[in-house]
Structure formats: structure tokens, C-alpha cells
Write a protein that binds this ligand. Structure first.
Ligand SMILES: [Mn+2]
Length: 309
């Protein structure tokens, strides 16, 4: 009996969670008797909403597996983003749309494409096969595309994603993307009751820029004004996290999904100086106007990488 565990990265978003569930369906149709999805951390509210709507059970949390377990990595490939004991595991599959930093001892199946979501890649993989697909799976793919592309607003969106979404529109009968995606975005923005530190760390990624340890947070929301209004509390949280996690540079981008604007909160003059140089802007009251740079992956991190190099 061939088994495989499908896992996604440490701080999961909708694309990776749903992609892992879709990948299980795909792998079971292809080569494996059993494929099971696992999370390494709780899911965000957008994903929670979708799982509820689609009637899918939330997968179990697990951060390591017995040595030799067959693994499929979905929506990530870098070691620090994944299972604690990856080097002891047998990675047989990687399905991803991020930059690659990966080495294995044995050959593996790898599908990496520069499109907006892992869901888009999986859709293409199904198209190349003749597997039967349920309406839930089609719908999940569409949700992946709309979530990761912020309804095609993000710079990571490619022409191909739009074509794939249009095809999915016909299959799923979901004809109004706006109507389908808005409750997702609203669910994601519903962080009112959460502690400010957790809010700040909600979508957190750590980067290593040439010995500079940087924490870059993004808060994608339909109500940015609310978080800007709580700026002082956020600054307090940023300061605390910077100390505790030993970071050299931090920033928190409040991304307005509706009006496509990025307002970034900066803690101190040192970090301000960096950002002013990188983006050629003026920072006032700890706020940086990063205009329509909605994508951390495509529009923020590459610029900072260049700067710190
Ligand atoms: Mn993704």
C-alpha cells in the first residue's frame, strides 16, 4: 500500500490549504492508495470560512513524521517553512509557485510554475489527465486563484490565471467572482477580537537578507482604516516582536484589497531610512505609502533583496 502525506507551509493561507486537499484527490487518482493532508499551524479565517462553506473537515496539525514517510510539499519548498524533520523524510512530490531552494537525495516529481496560485497549477495537472473531478474540487481551485490573486488585483496574476478562472467559471457555474470572493475577503479581515500581537503576526514571513534578519508582515484587509486607527498598539507589538525574535528590520503592510493600496507601518528611523531609499519615498508618522504594491513576493521582497545585497 502506497501512502503519502501532503503538507503545506507553516503559516497557511487559502491557496496552500485547499491545494493540499486537492492534491490528495489527485495523488489518490494517480499513484497512491492513500493521500492525507496535514497542517502545521491553525488556518486563517478566510480558509476557515471556505472549509465551512464547502463542508470540508479541517485537517489535523502535525509538524513532523516518522523517518522515511512519503511527503508531498504544496505551495512551498524552502526548508525553514516546512516540517521539522524534512531531511529524514522521503519527498516524492513538490507542487509550488514560489522561488526554488531545494535539494534531494533522490529524483522526485516536481511541478513549479510562475503563476498566481498552486490551485492554478493543479487545475492544469487535472486538465492533462482524464480524472473525474467533483464540483467541490473545481470550486476549491477557483477559490485558490481568487484568494492568491486578490481577485486579479495582485501583481502575481498572470494572463493564464485569468484564462483558467474563466474556464472554471463555466464549470462551477460561479459567474460572479466579486460575489464569490467578497465574503472570503471579509472573513479574512474579521480579526477584531484577536490580540494585537496575533494580528500583526497573522501573515508573517521571515527573510534572511545577507545576514540581515527581516520580518515582513502583510495584513490583507477590506477595512484598512480600522488597523491604521490602531497604529500605536501595532507599533507597540512590532517593537516587542522585534526584540523577542531578534530581528534587524521589520515592516507591516496594511493592504487594502478593495482600493488596492499598501500603507506600511514602520517602527523606527533605521528601518524608515531603508524603506525611504528602497522605494524613494518620504516616511511620516511611521507610515510609508507604498502605493499599489500589493504583492510582498513580487513587489517588496525583491527590492529589499537588491538593497541589502
Ligand atoms: Mn500560494
Amino acid at each position: 500500500m502506497r501512502e503519502i502525506k501532503v503538507v503545506w507551509h507553516k503559516i497557511p493561507d487559502t491557496d496552500c490549504v485547499l491545494s493540499a486537499i486537492i492534491a490528495c484527490d489527485y495523488l489518490e487518482k494517480k499513484w497512491y492508495n492513500k493521500a492525507t493532508p496535514y497542517i502545521q499551524w491553525g488556518v486563517n479565517k478566510e480558509t476557515e470560512y471556505l472549509l465551512r462553506e464547502l463542508n470540508i473537515e479541517k485537517p489535523e496539525i502535525k509538524t513532523n513524521f516518522p523517518a522515511g514517510t512519503n511527503i508531498c510539499l504544496v505551495d512551498h519548498n524552502e526548508e525553514f517553512q516546512t516540517l521539522d524533520n524534512l531531511s529524514e523524510l522521503n519527498v516524492e512530490w513538490v507542487i509550488d509557485h514560489h522561488k526554488l531552494k531545494f535539494e534531494t537525495a533522490t529524483p522526485l516529481n516536481m511541478r513549479v510554475e510562475p503563476i498566481c496560485s498552486t490551485g492554478s497549477i493543479l487545475y492544469k495537472m487535472y486538465k492533462e489527465s482524464d480524472f473525474k473531478i467533483t464540483k467541490e474540487i473545481w470550486t476549491m481551485m477557483l477559490a485558490c486563484i481568487l484568494s492568491d490573486s486578490l481577485l486579479f488585483r495582485s501583481a502575481t496574476t498572470t494572463k493564464e490565471d485569468i484564462i483558467l478562472a474563466e474556464e472554471l467559471k463555466e464549470i462551477t457555474w460561479i459567474h460572479n467572482f466579486e460575489e464569490f470572493a467578497m465574503p472570503m475577503f471579509n472573513a479574512k479581515s474579521d480579526l477584531w477580537n484577536m490580540e494585537i500581537e496575533k494580528v500583526v503576526k497573522y501573515d508573517y514571513k521571515e527573510f534572511d537578507f545577507n545576514w540581515i534578519k527581516a520580518g515582513i508582515w502583510t495584513l490583507e484587509t477590506t477595512n484598512p482604516w480600522y488597523w491604521l486607527w490602531r497604529k500605536d498598539e501595532i507599533l507597540w507589538a512590532l517593537e516587542k516582536i522585534k526584540k523577542e525574535d531578534n530581528l534587524d528590520f521589520i515592516m507591516l503592510s496594511i493592504v487594502d484589497i478593495i482600493w488596492e493600496k499598501n500603507t506600511t507601518i514602520i517602527l523606527d528611523w533605521k528601518d524608515s531610512e531603508v524603506l525611504e531609499k528602497v522605494f524613494n519615498i518620504k516616511i511620516e508618522n511611521n507610515l510609508a505609502d507604498l502605493k499599489n504594491r500589493l504583492s510582498r513576493k513580487k513587489q517588496v521582497v525583491p527590492e529589499l533583496t537588491k538593497y541589502f545585497a
